[in-house]
Write a protein that binds this ligand. Structure first.
Ligand code: GLA
Length: 536
């Protein structure tokens, strides 16, 4: 919650320098759901908290012990007070939360935006009816944060989604979460983390109210599930930042996947800056899982002070190279993942030019925690099926980025809850003609349905040629505006067979710039990418 204030202050700072900001990092901890579902109780939660400390997980950053669904005991009819399950938590939640805090850990709780929880509907937890926040927002938040002293809340949506509650209540997520956010603010606590659980990227409004938000349906303990969630998050990097994160769901490492799959799962959650909530039984943690979860070099990618999610720098359609700045924005240090989601070994070629790095590049293999030599230009490596290779790169030179793909841009009206075509909101779709195989589409027609590259960096500033590559069968037009200045109109001829490229001259200031493409009245051509080069 605190980030809102930070974000406002930092917006001004960002125009002066681009340095690491004092932002909150992705939440690290444990959650009860993946292993125990609603079968939880007080001694189980406390023994997990003990294990977190005993195994040194606390020392590497795991702090939050989150009680998910299953603790509810109905509601007092006379007072409306939320009751706690009489046999699972016979002494209530207070001693459990106090115990977690006594270990120097933080305590997380769970609720629902509607009247009942998901466990009530899907797991037949009959007692969990009328226990959601609907109509009890302030009363429950006061109990969670003032009385019990919890530090985190995940707010689910089954009770507010017509399909997953018995009365078939149906509410607009943005409205419900705004009320819930305000109730947290009214408690006077400014350090509470709100996690929104609406099972798809909810919309750009979400970073005003939440610290993190789920982007997918529930994770399962199998490779397909992990692979699908990574695929869903590949083009969401523009929506993470300033201490707000895409939540790829709780971890399934240490359960039934292979060691390679566990490494890929954890490694990708780290570089993609997802919250890291362990989901297995920590009291019986396997040695190899312990080794993975305490690999501080990989955790450092997740907890990096810049708080960035890696984006796709290149792909051959089957495998991906993801990259992000670490330690210093637009500096010489970057982290990369070579990700092979396929069932066969794949050779992945990395071109330093795609990573905006020049000269000799020192590489460190983060999974194996060892130096991996120096490369210049390109190199190739075979990556195991379902595997990932993670490196920290330190280059002689940082180059200015030349290629900005449409699929890495921020779409101001982006959301995944409703059909974007029906709602008229910009989205990303595969298109084999496009570089990267994906384009931004369905843009324009109304104000706010625009595309922005918010992180266009120019070291010295100056005049550039920006070439916009588009797809349009008829004549099309859009406006380009840099840093909010009056725009220039770009006209595109129709092209039934491929890409139309239109150059325009723009002026960038030194440091970070925002380039916006929009058309408030008509449908915009689809955007493949834009490229930048200094004007001669
Ligand atoms: C939903 C959420 C899960 C979990 C359960 C609890 O399915 O997505 O993560 O919290 O509800 O019932």
């Amino acid at each position: 919650m605190r980030m809102k204030c930070f974000a406002a202050a930092m917006m001004c700072a960002a125009t002066l320098t681009v340095t690491a900001r004092d932002i909150e990092r992705p939440t690290m901890g444990w959650s009860s759901w993946n292993t125990y579902y609603i079968d939880i109780n007080d001694s189980l939660i406390m023994s997990q908290a003990d294990a977190m400390v005993r195994l040194g997980l606390k020392d590497v950053g795991f702090k939050y012990v989150n009680i998910d669904d299953g603790y509810f005991g109905g509601r007092d009819e006379a007072t409306g007070r939320l009751l706690i399950h009489p046999t699972r938590f016979p002494k209530g939640l207070k001693p459990v939360v106090a115990y977690i805090h006594s270990l120097g850990l933080k305590s997380g709780i769970y609720s629902d935006a509607g009247a009942n929880t998901c466990g009530n509907y899907w797991n037949d937890d009959t007692i969990a009816q009328n226990v959601g926040l609907l109509g009890h927002e302030q009363q429950d938040m006061d109990m969670f944060f003032k009385e019990l002293g919890c530090d985190f809340i995940k707010v689910d949506f089954c009770g507010a989604d017509g399909y997953s509650n018995h009365p078939h209540y149906s509410f607009e997520p943005q409205d419900r979460y705004a009320v819930i956010h305000n109730a947290i603010v009214n408690t006077g606590r400014d350090d509470v983390r709100l996690n929104i659980c609406r099972w798809n990227y909810p919309g750009t409004w979400v970073s005003d109210v939440a610290t993190s938000w789920r982007i997918s349906e529930d994770i399962r303990d199998n490779w397909n599930s992990v692979k699908n969630i990574i695929a869903q998050s590949l083009y969401l990097s523009a929506y993470a930042g300033d201490g707000h994160y895409n939540d790829m769901d709780m971890l399934e490492v240490g359960r039934s996947m292979t060691p390679t799959e566990d490494e890929t799962h954890f490694g990708m959650w780290c570089i993609m800056a997802s919250p890291l909530l362990i989901g297995c039984d920590m009291t019986t943690l396997k040695p190899e899982t312990h080794k993975l979860l305490t690999n501080t070099e990989i955790i450092a990618l997740n907890q990096d002070p810049l708080g960035l999610q890696a984006y796709v720098a290149s792909t051959d359609g089957k495998t991906y190279v993801l990259v992000k700045d670490i330690e210093e924005a637009y500096g010489k240090t970057r982290a990369i993942a070579l990700y092979n989601p396929t069932d066969e070994p794949q050779e992945i070629t990395v071109d330093m030019e795609d990573l905006d790095l020049g000269g000799k590049v020192k590489m460190r293999d983060l999974m194996n925690r060892k130096d991996a030599g120096t490369v210049e230009g390109k190199w190739s490596e075979t990556v195991k099926p379902h595997g990932v290779r993670l490196y920290r790169l330190e280059a002689d030179k940082r180059m200015e980025r030349k290629v900005y793909e449409g699929e890495t841009a921020y779409l101001s009206a982006y959301q995944e809850i409703y059909n974007p075509m029906a709602l008229g909101t910009g989205t990303y779709v595969p298109d084999p003609i496009c570089s990267g195989g994906v384009k931004a589409t369905n843009l324009g027609i109304r104000p706010g349905n625009d595309l922005r590259w918010k992180n266009v960096y120019s070291e010295k500033g100056g005049r550039y040629t920006m070439t916009v590559d588009c797809l349009t069968t008829d004549k099309g037009r859009m406006i380009v505006s840099v840093n909010g200045a009056p725009g220039q109109v770009l006209e595109f001829d129709g092209n039934k067979d491929g890409i139309t490229s239109v150059p325009v001259t723009i002026d960038l200031k030194p440091g970070e710039n925002e380039i916006r493409l929009y058309n408030d009245r008509y449908r915009m051509p689809d955007i493949d990418r834009m490229t930048l080069s200094p004007a001669v």
